[in-house]
Ligand binder design. Sequence first.
Ligand SMILES: NC(=O)c1ccc[n+]([C@@H]2O[C@H](COP(=O)([O-])OP(=O)(O)OC[C@H]3O[C@@H](n4cnc5c(N)ncnc54)[C@H](OP(=O)(O)O)[C@@H]3O)[C@@H](O)[C@H]2O)c1
Length: 257
Amino acid sequence: MEERRLGPVVGLGTWNTFDSDRGTAREVVGAALEAGTRVLDSSPMYRSAEASLGAALEGRRERAVVATKIWADSAEGGRRQYEAQRRFFGRVEIEQIHNLSAWQDQLRWLEEEREAGRIDSLGVTHYSPSAFDELARALRTGAFQTVQLPLNPLERECERELLPLAAELGVAVIIMRPLGGFGSGLASRGVPADALRELGVESWAQALSKWALSDERVDLVIPATTRPERARENARAGEPPFFDDSQRRLVERLAGT
Ligand SMILES: NC(=O)c1ccc[n+]([C@@H]2O[C@H](COP(=O)([O-])OP(=O)(O)OC[C@H]3O[C@@H](n4cnc5c(N)ncnc54)[C@H](OP(=O)(O)O)[C@@H]3O)[C@@H](O)[C@H]2O)c1
């Protein structure tokens, strides 16, 4: 398979953060793009997040890479979602099959769209380790260029099989929940200032994103936020230098593992 590395870089998630207030979404997208963020992740599953993201991209679509998803139990339902994604100004760069939903059925028509040049990359996602065996089977078809998985110091199951497999196949790895997930509290944990100095970061949230990006098999983290200043702060976690092994261990200890 052709090698498709994306990173290491920081993108932006939209789950639970872009579905209530379009003004906030536009400000957060503006701050993220100004800070150099390119990949914006969404899904039809995230209520009105795709609509907010589409509106937020008006006038600046060319600066973004849209990574969204198909989440439907039939090819017809998937095609309807794809039609609605014309809101991204006629193009989706990374189209992912959300939670492996009817993935063989979706893959047939998505491959045609990719071959016709309307999609750059196909991806597949799942949040649960109970689905990782099936995710591995999907990757082994060779049909996917990206995979989206959870990874943070408290959720490391993908390290066992999926990260090595993605590296072997040349599949780009997108990390959901890099800050521990929406509402988990991991990102807001108090951490001593001298530990942050030792890590060379401004904040604990940056340490968490950088921890994931410091695994060479990881391409992209997509932290979500409702706050423009945090979109800027998170983007700076994509700047080198990345952590060495002892700095990664320090982050793990600070996270309580
Ligand atoms: N395919 C799937 O099954 C799946 C599942 C889950 C997620 N995802 C994708 O992955 C993205 C990220 O995952 P996630 O949203 O669950 O979790 P996350 O990005 O790990 O955490 C988001 C939480 O962190 C807070 N936060 C963001 N930046 C911060 C900072 N600098 N300092 C302190 N707190 C900060 C946010 O609150 P504030 O708004 O207050 O900043 C929000 O509550 C999602 O948005 C979605 O695009 C995909």
